[in-house]
Design a protein around this ligand. Structure first.
Ligand SMILES: NC(=O)c1ccc[n+]([C@@H]2O[C@H](COP(=O)([O-])OP(=O)(O)OC[C@H]3O[C@@H](n4cnc5c(N)ncnc54)[C@H](O)[C@@H]3O)[C@@H](O)[C@H]2O)c1
Ligand SMILES: [Zn+2]
Ligand SMILES: [Zn+2]
Length: 361
């Protein structure tokens, strides 16, 4: 029997979000229904609401979630009712060319639930990143449920479902940050700060945080930044070069998603260094760079989807590091809020007041 729950939808481009009754079908083959306990508010939810991702409104927002599996469909063996899980938005297929080459974190055929959640009038919803977890319950593919140690608080665990994993993975997996490396992170929201925490965890020597907001820079320091640069006041490229012996950083992570900050990242890295783009641009954005500089500076220009994570490998590992006191995931939670406060949380994100607001259910 389908169930009716409360959820937060984005009804149309730039319209305020609102709470609606959501119809959640019983899980079909390969699917699971999860009782959501917590879901962080990510900038990507705001991109959806603004029409920056696609125009498949109405969206059921929310995708940084943890909860408990309530029911599973036929053929599901990896999780069972009662399991505490973090939801991931890249359930790997195991059969595509990336998976078959042993690189499942690049899976080219990730999947979501086949059935649709709807409004009570039958309108089909597009769940953000195939999750839709600003809701009491949500329907996902069973492969989107990653079991982790239930000793961790749901509002902390859920963060690994997107932004924090994206940032840590941008540093560890995509950027390959290692001991003694110099790293610069441009944009110190939840994602950028996670890249800083990841770099710190990896043993980076110099970690330079760049933002236009001094409050963000202060938090970045507590996450492990050794230096901070306010790029409204100081040219970040020059500042990063100065802090790295005149050369630039080994790895520069762009966590804003804009052409001008990408250019800063491009020129702030050392010769043969690596740029990691983890910020998500919007469709109309264009980048212009002298091709000779792209060639002449060498190195690697990479983008990082979801921190190139493999949820089954990375989520339990990072939760364990958190429980051991080696990675303070709790520091990312600025406030916990109710389902009815998502619009306000977007506002606070826009004002730069929060790292993460987390809806607790
Ligand atoms: N690649 C992925 O898999 C992935 C996953 C999650 C989020 N993201 C993207 O990462 C980006 C950051 O997400 P977030 O949740 O941390 O957002 P956020 O809004 O919390 O943080 C953005 C930060 O960038 C700063 N900023 C804005 N303009 C700047 C500029 N010109 N120079 C320097 N700093 C600037 C802001 O002050 C803020 O601190 C977004 O584009 C989001 O969509 C990507
Ligand atoms: Zn695959
Ligand atoms: Zn996200």
């Amino acid at each position: 029997m389908a169930q009716e729950v409360r959820g937060v939808i984005a009804p149309g481009k730039d319209e305020p979000v609102r709470i609606e009754t959501i119809v959640v079908p019983d899980p079909g083959p390969g699917e699971a229904v999860v009782r959501v306990q917590a879901c962080g508010v990510c900038h990507t939810d705001l991109h959806y609401k603004q029409g920056g991702i696609n125009d498949e409104f109405p969206f059921l927002l929310g995708h940084e979630a943890a909860g408990v599996v309530e029911a599973v469909g036929d053929g599901v063996s990896d999780v069972e009712p009662g399991d505490f899980v973090v939801l991931n938005w890249r359930a790997v297929c195991g059969r595509c060319r990336a998976c078959l080459r042993g690189r499942p974190w690049y899976c080219f055929d990730t999947h979501n639930a086949r059935q649709k959640m709807t409004l009570t009038d039958g309108t089909e919803l597009s769940p953000a990143l195939g999750i839709g977890a600003f809701a009491e319950k949500t329907l996902v593919a069973a492969g989107q449920c990653t079991k982790v140690d239930p000793a961790v608080a749901p509002q902390v665990a859920g963060l690994l479902g997107c932004g924090v994993m994206a940032g840590i993975g941008a540093a560890l997996n995509t950027g390959n940050v290692g001991r003694g490396d110099s790293v610069a992170v441009i944009g110190c929201g939840g994602v950028g700060d996670a890249a800083i925490a990841g770099s710190h965890l990896a043993g980076a020597g110099t970690i330079i945080a760049v933002d236009i907001d001094d409050r963000k820079l202060e938090t970045a320091r507590s996450m492990g930044a050794t230096h901070t640069v306010n790029s409204r006041e100081t040219d970040p490229v020059e500042a990063i070069r100065e802090l790295t012996g005149g050369f630039g950083a080994d790895v520069v992570i762009e966590a804003v998603g804009r052409p001008e900050t990408y250019k800063q990242a491009f020129y702030a890295r050392d010769l043969a260094g690596t740029v990691v783009l983890v910020g998500v641009p919007t469709p109309e954005m264009k980048l212009e760079l002298p091709l000779l500089d792209v060639f002449g500076r060498g190195g690697a220009l990479k983008s990082s989807w979801y921190g190139d994570c493999l949820p089954s490998r990375d989520f339990p590992m990072l939760i364990d590091l958190h429980l051991q006191g080696r990675l303070d995931l709790g520091a990312f939670v600025t406030e916990t809020i109710g389902l009815d406060e998502v619009e306000k949380a977007f506002e606070r994100m826009h004002q730069g007041d929060v790292l993460r607001s987390v809806v607790v259910l």
